[in-house]
Design a protein around this ligand. Structure first.
Ligand SMILES: [Zn+2]
Length: 367
């Protein structure tokens, strides 16, 4: 029998690709907007606001999908607001059964009311600490780390890369670039990536979401991406014969051979028009071919998902059982930017025992 949503919520999970400004609680947006005097919200009723923000997301294009972010970003311009949003993010992830998460945000988007880049990072890290400390009492505990994102379309990537490295021992584990993909190749930000590499720090890049193989190729071969945000278009380098056998081109072969993790976000991709339905999403093929697939939320509010609902959607679409969910979860933990000993500890002490218990026969235990 395929796992239910409640059962999936109860097992330990790992999230690598989640945007802080894409996961606010609607009621918090309304309250913060009132506090800062922001009047452009489509509604001040949290439920209507939720529907309008997720509804607006389903428009088939990345650029349109990104539109509602102007409202969430507008209310995240003070240290108090950033700390609150980050603490609530941690609490919501813990409530979904997540034990390790990397949440990303773009510090340069939060400077409108005079915060410095450092103050933005400190406020968010404070919130993660508060939220995960409060969540720690209930379940298996939650570790939240931050990724700093630079915007593809601006010219601050080196500064953001330096900022990420500066906070490496205080909760930041890597550097990312995001934003409109077409026309903004990752190699525009080569100096930032080279800096991060020279500092022995970590890189993930949004690539191969709206744009094809060249973006993935540049991310991996020029920019040193250790993981790919989405990376869905790697399927353009795979030919599947009518009998189901697959032939991989050189880039797809490289990505699979090197075990480069794909931070896949199926619902988000359906909403931006990458796939028609979850069942059509390339994650089915890529999982079958044993790419290092991980499952993620991208934007919990705009996509109307949790990690549990996303895994449940895959279980329904592809018939995934516990073995698949365990595989995806361990893939994600192996691919995290936390240090090796920390990853191993969570895999061996938290994830494996929980899944072993779940799949153990109900019969009396052998002694
Ligand atoms: Zn993303």
């Amino acid at each position: 029998m395929s796992p239910t949503l409640d059962q999936i919520r109860a097992v330990p999970k790992v999230l690598l690709h989640d945007h802080l400004d894409g996961g606010l609680r609607p009621a918090t947006i309304v309250e913060l907007a009132r506090e800062v005097g922001y009047h452009d919200l489509p509604s001040t009723d949290p439920e209507i606001l939720r529907r309008s923000m997720t509804g607006a997301a389903r428009r088939g294009h990345l650029e349109l999908y990104l539109e509602p972010f102007r409202h969430t970003v507008a209310v995240m311009q003070t240290a108090e607001a950033l700390t609150r949003v980050a603490a609530e993010c941690a609490a919501d992830l813990a409530a979904d059964g997540i034990v390790y998460a990397e949440v990303r945000f773009a510090p340069e988007l939060h400077l409108d009311r005079g915060l410095t880049l450092d103050q933005v990072v400190q406020a968010v890290l404070d919130g993660f600490r508060q939220g995960s400390a409060e969540a720690g009492g209930a379940g298996a505990g939650l570790t939240v780390r931050a990724l700093l994102t630079a915007m593809r379309t601006t010219a601050r990537s080196l500064e953001i890369a330096e900022l990420a490295v500066r906070y490496r021992d205080q909760g930041v584990v890597g550097f990312d670039i995001a934003g409109a993909e077409a026309g903004w190749p990752p190699s525009r930000h080569l100096d930032a990536f080279e800096y991060v590499q020279r500092e022995n720090f970590h890189i993930t890049i949004h690539a191969g979401e709206a744009f094809g193989l060249p973006s993935i190729w540049e991310a991996v071969q020029f920019c040193g991406a250790e993981r790919l945000g989405h990376g869905v278009r790697i399927v353009d380098d795979i030919t599947v014969a009518p009998d189901g056998t697959a032939e991989l081109g050189p880039l797809a072969t490289y990505v699979r051979d090197r075990r480069i993790p794909l931070e896949m976000c199926p619902t988000s991709n359906v909403q931006t028009g990458v796939a028609a339905t979850i069942g059509d999403h390339p994650i089915g093929l890529l999982r079958r071919l044993l790419f290092r697939v991980t499952v993620n939320t991208d934007n919990r509010l705009m996509s109307g998902v949790t990690l549990s609902s996303e895994l449940h959607g895959l279980a329904e679409a592809f018939g995934y059982g516990w073995a698949d969910i365990r595989w995806l979860t361990i893939n994600a933990m192996k691919s995290a930017f936390a240090h090796f000993d920390e990853r191993l500890e969570i895999i061996n002490s938290v994830i494996k025992p929980a899944f072993a218990e779940l799949t153990a026969p109900a019969a009396p235990q052998r002694t």
